[in-house]
Design a protein around this ligand. Sequence first.
Ligand SMILES: [Zn+2]
Length: 196
Amino acid sequence: MTAREKKIYSQLRKSGALMEGHFLLSSGLHSPDYVQCALSLKDPAKAAALGAELKKIWKGPRPDLILSPALGGLIIGHEVARAFGVDFMFTERDNNIMALRRGFSLPAGAKVLIVEDVFTTGRSTMEVFETVKKARAEVLGALSVINRMGGRSFYFPSASLLTLDLKVYSPDDCPLCAKGLPLVKPGSRTVVKRED
Ligand SMILES: [Zn+2]
């Protein structure tokens, strides 16, 4: 980890955004790690600082505007837009299709930088990308606070403040279950009982 990554890592740990334990993920897999980026953004001053850090790691051309997928990208996208001094817009799902709503429209040819809290599968970033293309604007690239794509990448430039290689285990082959650690469903504080 670079000095910047170490600093971001410890800030995320302190805010509770990165948790260690034994978690049941929505995929059904078990993991010793859980990421809840919203917890690192609840302090507006820290959110603004993360936005300024993301501006620093962007090496491409200056964007005309920042575009983020709701809900995860809202706060950090807004703060990156503040750092660049440009407008911020967001996409949201309309009948499950990512779209610009609320009267937002992208000027044709506008240079757009996509900002997310976490790159996980990359799906929402690609959906925002398609929205930009439909509007005949240009995607410069994408930024996120955390990258957990496991080495996969987009075919346009992207950068993240912190890359995490998060382990996942199948319930039948989980060393944490083997140790008898209680399984927690994140966000619920409840301990999940295994039905064996
Ligand atoms: Zn387990």
